[in-house]
Design a protein around this ligand. Sequence first.
Ligand SMILES: CC(C)(COP(=O)(O)OP(=O)(O)OC[C@H]1O[C@@H](n2cnc3c(N)ncnc32)[C@H](O)[C@@H]1OP(=O)(O)O)[C@@H](O)C(=O)NCCC(=O)NCCS
Length: 242
Amino acid sequence: MLMARVDVGLPFPVPNLVAAAYDGDQYGPASHDDLGVALPPSLSGAVSRRKAAYLAGRYCAMQSLSQAGHPLPCDLPIGEDRSPVWPDGLVGSITHTDGLAAAVVASARDARGLGIDAESVIGVETCRLLRDQVVCDGEWRFGGDGSSWSDRLFFTMIFSAKESIFKCLYPQVGKYFDFLDVEIVAWDAESRAFRFRVLTDLSDRVSAGFEADGCYSILPGMVFTYVGWPCRPRQEKGRIGC
Ligand SMILES: CC(C)(COP(=O)(O)OP(=O)(O)OC[C@H]1O[C@@H](n2cnc3c(N)ncnc32)[C@H](O)[C@@H]1OP(=O)(O)O)[C@@H](O)C(=O)NCCC(=O)NCCS
């Protein structure tokens, strides 16, 4: 299975972000040796599509770790609630969807969490079914003009932003939380940046009022979002413990 590096077009360069296109139809058992990523026993019975996505995500993660100066090979096991277990001293995130995979890592001295998400534009029926479970009422003021395409695109961006937020906060929260526990409170289409606020106490480290920033890009048929929780105190609002 070939992996071809791509630029996901975020509005600013994100250190150690590695993205690659892949063709899951080319996946075979030999792909793991070719790309230097073992198949974990828990996925041995999975369908090829899932194995290919796992391999593509882990391959990007290895490239990202290497770019960050971490020696390879290294283990990147599947942890609680499917979260990747990053090597000590590092935080990171993985995404894969419809032939695009990506990963990013940073030193835990610089970031408490990172989240990335690639999402194909969601279909009209799914948008209709999920909109009230995903989008807070106030968020529609930032986008969607009632036309089918615009609403689908905006719904997908909010959905993806919240998936990135989930991945970024999960290591400090340690449990699942809801899309409506987080609200996008600022959205700037020109700089393709957003700010979010946590609405309920999620853990003793992430309480109501916590805010951080993200950004996005729009690719053909897909959106890509990135969220970072920097250690620098000036970015933080609300009660946050380390
Ligand atoms: C975990 C979740 C975010 C994954 O998103 P997805 O769009 O299905 O899949 P993606 O391809 O973008 O990402 C998959 C990768 O996310 C990572 N991931 C999975 N669970 C994770 C978790 N709990 N924390 C952090 N990263 C996680 C994994 O690396 C996974 O790839 P892998 O299984 O091959 O290792 C999603 O399935 C989910 O369960 N969300 C919970 C509810 C939620 O998002 N609430 C929003 C709160 S604002």
